[in-house]
Design a protein. Structure first.
Length: 501
């Protein structure tokens, strides 16, 4: 990042717009750049005026027009950092826009560089071509390690060993330097030593602040999924494909997986289990929150989201019900001025071209709303279809949920329960057993085959309620998507039937 900004300055760029919420870190980098180039460094804020950072002298300039006027008086070969200047450029006064353009044009010949530092991009059309926009990336592991060492030294802690150090740095990846410093310090206050668990917890809180991403604890594993053997095998094959050994072998980083299927068949569970397979943090994207009401806010949200994801990488990104988030991209031109289309296009380009080890798991229920450009190879490594579970899978699902709720599967006739729930989804089976638990609790008895079967007999499964839609989804998937389950000779496991009465 330092070399990139330095090259822009040496090339004579008069205006640089640095996108970052880390004002202190950015100014420290600019101070080092100014010293290396032998430039003078000035910093302006609406509260302090224009300050010469070399001697601390200040010139009063409380408004944007005043500081733009003072730019003419700064010496040649100087950098002027404008803090929080971007709000003044929203619905900018034409006089301010004109004055800033004039100063940039004059400054180009004299080595006077105007640098705006802001947490979001806000440039009027008149100034878009005058500034080069540079997203200031979140700190890497080398910078976070310096923060870690400083905290350990100040707290008289023994420097962490190699394994703990790597765990701490992984846990803090995606945080700013200030956030990482706070998390490291909090872990020492809470438990007397550096704790990756506390740092990870604080990162989850910080990531959640934006509302775009949520750090999900990956507690599920492949053992929690009944069936889907082909999909499980596909994931296990890629378990070690993110390491250096895979790069030396010639393998690219796995891109991701699109899972289409009937609601309740385990798509979300598979997304969570994927993070456990890869041993990577799981981030969930709320696509609805990407879109903001202000001009340019949606694009800024997407850039911020991508920067956070790539800083945390390697990680798994879960996009749940992706068709709902981007279903409006086709008609975007007539409904929102093309914002949805632009955001969707940028997201697709990132999925195609990203180099960071981010594995995207997207789930979808309604394939008719999926844009065709999302389905082509290159966006995802594979497209899987999850059908209703067959008899063997239903038996496994019954055993999993009986054990999950503290009962012994051997005490139940899971074969008969699987037969009675033909055409059911995994979530419907789980809910039936929960209902049996409620019934047993109310009668102060343990659930058994008879009471569980009574609950089963009262349910109308989704396969009956939405038989036409499910048949259409199956027809679409045939020849287009890879089956998540091995084909069985037992055909009735694939029929759409209600539960046995």
């Amino acid at each position: 990042m330092t070399s990139k900004i330095t090259n822009y300055i040496r090339a004579g760029y008069p205006g640089i717009y640095l996108l970052s919420s880390e004002e202190t870190r950015v100014e420290a980098e600019l101070k080092a750049i100014a010293q290396s180039l032998e430039y003078r460094l000035y910093a302006w804020s609406v509260t302090e005026g224009l300050i010469d950072t070399a001697d601390g002298t200040a010139r009063e300039a409380q408004g944007p027009m005043e500081v733009v006027a003072l730019l003419e008086e700064t010496p040649e070969n100087s950098l002027c950092v404008l803090r929080d200047f971007h709000p003044f450029l929203e619905d900018a006064n034409p006089v301010l826009t004109r004055a800033l353009k004039d100063r940039l044009r004059m400054g180009k010949t004299k080595g006077k560089v105007v640098i705006i530092v802001g947490c979001r991009l806000n440039l009027p059309p008149e100034l878009e071509r005058e500034f080069v926009v540079v997203p200031f990336s979140l700190p890497g592991k080398a910078e976070l390690e310096r923060v870690l060492n400083q905290i350990a030294t100040s707290a008289n802690q023994t420097p962490p060993g190699t394994e703990l150090r790597e765990t701490l740095l992984d846990a803090s990846s995606g945080l700013t330097t200030v956030e990482a410093e706070n998390a490291f310090a909090l872990s020492i206050v809470e438990c007397g030593q550096l704790s990756a668990t506390i740092v990870g917890r604080e990162k989850a809180n910080e990531v959640k602040k934006s509302g775009l991403l949520e750090l999900i604890p990956a507690t599920e594993s492949l053992g929690d999924i009944g069936g889907l053997e082909l999909l499980k095998y596909w994931l296990v094959q890629r378990k070690y494909a993110f390491g250096s050994e895979a790069r030396q072998y010639g393998l690219p980083n796995p891109k991701g997986l699109l899972i289409v299927g009937i609601p309740g068949t385990g798509k979300s569970l598979t997304a969570k289990a994927t993070a456990s397979v890869f041993n990577h943090p799981l981030l969930k994207l709320d696509t609805g929150r990407l879109f903001g009401g202000l001009v340019g806010q949606s694009e800024n949200n997407l850039r911020s989201m991508i920067a956070t994801i790539e800083a945390i990488a390697p990680c798994v990104l879960w996009v749940d019900e992706i068709e709902k988030g981007f279903s409006g991209s086709k008609s975007s031109g007539s409904s929102d001025g093309g914002t949805s289309s632009r955001v969707f296009g940028t997201f697709l380009s990132w999925m195609q071209d990203r180099t960071a080890p981010v594995f995207v798991v997207a789930t979808a229920n309604d394939v008719s709303q999926l844009p065709p450009e999302l389905l082509r190879k290159g966006r995802f490594d594979e497209l899987f279809f999850i059908d209703l579970p067959n008899h063997e899978e239903r038996e496994t699902i019954w055993r999993i949920h009986i054990a999950k709720h503290g009962r012994q599967p051997a005490e139940f006739d899971t074969q008969q329960l699987a037969k009675a729930t033909e055409g059911w989804t995994g979530s419907e089976i789980e809910q039936a057993f929960i209902d049996a638990l409620y019934d047993g609790f109310s009668r102060k008895e343990e659930p058994n085959d008879l009471s569980t079967m009574m609950q089963v007999s009262q349910v109308v499964p989704l396969s009956k309620l939405m038989s036409e839609q499910i048949s259409g989804l199956r027809a679409w998937a045939k020849g287009r998507a890879r089956a998540a389950t091995k084909p069985k000779t037992e055909s009735r496991g694939r029929k759409i039937l209600g539960a046995a009465n």
